[in-house]
Design a binder for this molecule. Structure first.
Ligand code: PGA
Length: 251
């Protein structure tokens, strides 16, 4: 059966000292019977240190927030999937709306990045989400369908085991305006149905679909209780140890 997953997407927050302190604090307070898969996505700069701290707990691993679309070479400032894997991270987040919007990342480019990640044996947390305008114009389902199908539907069922999907409506990210549980569940069901139509039951029921966008310790329980919501991709609330732990225990 699919996993319950909570990802802490730290974005460009926390320096090395602060990041290490946060992970150590969370690991020391995490209940012994924790059953949630927890993923920390820190800056590249100290990704390896976080990954090594995570190695002490079988349910906790590290992720990068992005990877290059290129394998190697003259791409100043870029970080390859192979470098990430060699830092002992297990996952890479791809297609976050902040990258789609600020860095003009297209579905086509993300397809290439997914290929790079898989070539280096990294699992992918694939983000998609509509803007407020798209939702208000009734285009949100169409948009999510093309985001997922254009970047992921070339994959085999076997490869899809290494994909986690994160639905993050752009209008809910960092705004304090969470999607209602009904809105989130409706889209998660739609996504799972897309997977069913393309790959059948095994992939549809086996793929974890996370919700992201102002998810916090107060609303996580209700969101995670929904049939098709298997956890969260957490931004702001992942920077506080007590809040984050509470979210991880909200299933
Ligand atoms: P937020 O960010 O929880 O601060 O809204 C979520 C995300 O962007 O992944």
């Amino acid at each position: 059966m699919r996993k319950n997953i909570v990802v802490g997407n730290w974005k460009m927050n926390l320096n090395r000292v602060e990041g290490i302190a946060l992970v150590e604090d969370i690991l020391s307070k995490l209940p012994n019977d924790n059953n949630t898969h927890i993923i920390f996505a820190p800056s590249f700069v100290y990704l390896n240190t976080v990954a090594e701290l995570c190695a002490k707990n079988t349910k906790v691993v590290a992720a990068a927030q992005d990877c290059s679309a290129n394998r190697k070479g003259a791409f100043t400032g870029e970080v390859s999937a192979n470098m990430i894997a060699s830092s002992n991270a297990r996952y890479v987040i791809l297609g976050h709306s902040e990258r789609r919007v600020n860095f003009k990342e297209s579905n086509e480019l993300l397809k290439t990045k997914v290929g790079q990640a898989f070539d280096s044996n990294l699992k992918v947390i694939f983000c998609c989400g509509e803007s407020l305008l798209q939702r208000e114009s009734g285009l949100h389902f169409k948009w999510i369908k093309s985001s997922i199908s254009e970047s992921l539907f070339h994959l085999s069922s076997e490869e899809f085991k290494n994909i986690v999907i994160a639905y993050e409506p752009i209008w809910a990210i960092g705004t304090g305006k969470t999607a209602t549980t009904e809105q989130a569940q409706e889209m998660h069901f739609f996504i799972r149905n897309l997977l069913f139509e393309k790959y059948g039951n095994k992939v549809a029921l086996g793929t974890s679909i996370l919700y992201g966008g102002s998810c916090n310790y107060e609303n996580a329980k209700e969101l995670f209780a929904s049939q098709d919501i298997d956890g969260g991709l957490i931004g702001g609330s992942s920077l506080n140890s007590d809040d984050f732990i509470e979210i991880t225990q909200s299933f």
